[in-house]
Design a protein around this ligand. Structure first.
Ligand code: PXL
Length: 276
């Protein structure tokens, strides 16, 4: 896995993710976090939404037909990308588009956040087709960053019960056989602690756990994946980057706990970029 880049000023990441007008998730989190690492972001919005899907209603518009000509233009620009970050996908042909982007732009590092659900539930709009699209896509990933709900959904395990560290360790090799080289599972819990479990491509596993926090707020997975990528691109190895991204999220979420910010909106990430 080639991650380190010598010229920090020239870091470019292409990001396929949805764009919500209201509520802090996906692209509106990816862009500020990666920008804080001086990484330029080329966004490819997969779906435009009024707001994230944890509000009581939303409208959503699939962007698939526009993405194909946009990518053709990027080829004419001879765009060079150090990494590819993929999150929420729309129609199934977006998987084919993502796979062709990896090949056509010769991208050395692909990270997939298989956004499907959280807190032991799939998001309200997620269909079985989207779960199988993600299974197809992760085959091409260098790193995937599922939370425990997404880990279970990808493996067909019951999602209404959080898997223990033991269960994750028992099943992680099966997920590895789907194709992703490295797997960083977030929202892993053990006793009063929460954090990440990382399966590295050499077969080693480590966990990084910190005291549990009493709230859940949307957008934390997006902030974790983006900061992990930022640390990797600016020189950290996977172990250090995972620990730093876990610490960053833990600190940011503890600050959300202390504030009277509306948690259903999503993580007010701009307030915490100085913690990176
Ligand atoms: O943060 C994950 C996410 C991304 N995109 C949309 C969402 C959510 C979580 O609710 O609804 C549209």
């Amino acid at each position: 896995m080639k991650t380190k880049c010598s010229n920090k000023k020239d870091l470019n990441v292409i990001v396929m993710n949805d764009m919500c007008s209201y509520g802090k998730v996906s692209l509106t989190v990816n862009i500020p976090v990666l920008s804080a690492f001086s990484v330029k972001v080329s966004p490819l919005p997969t779906v435009l939404l009024s707001n994230h899907t944890q509000f009581s209603s939303f409208c959503a518009f699939d962007m698939t037909e526009y993405l194909f000509p946009i990518v053709e233009e990027l080829k004419k620009r001879n765009a060079v990308f150090n990494a590819f970050y993929i999150g929420w996908l729309g129609k199934v042909s977006q998987v084919d588009l993502a796979v062709s982007i990896i090949k056509d732009f010769n991208i050395p590092l692909t990270i997939v956040d298989p956004i499907l659900g959280d807190n032991e539930k799939l998001y309200s709009s997620i269909t079985d087709e989207q779960v199988s699209n993600m299974k197809k896509l992760i085959k091409h990933a260098d790193i995937i960053v599922p939370n425990t709900t997404e880990f279970s959904a990808l493996l067909g395990l019951p999602i209404d019960k959080k898997p223990s560290i033991e269960t994750i360790k028992e099943n992680i090799e099966t997920l590895r056989e789907y194709g992703p080289k490295n797997i960083v599972v977030t929202s892993v819990e053990e006793g009063d602690n929460v954090g990440t479990l990382c399966y590295c491509e050499d077969g080693s596993i480590f966990t990084h756990l910190l005291p549990k926090l009493p709230i859940h707020t949307p957008g934390t997975g997006d902030a974790f994946g983006s900061s992990l990528l930022g640390y990797l691109l600016t020189g950290d190895n996977l172990e250090t980057a995972t620990k730093k991204a876990t610490n960053f999220l833990h600190e940011a979420v503890s600050k959300v706990c202390e504030s009277d910010f509306d948690r259903s909106f999503g993580i007010p990430i701009e307030n915490y970029l100085h913690l990176l």
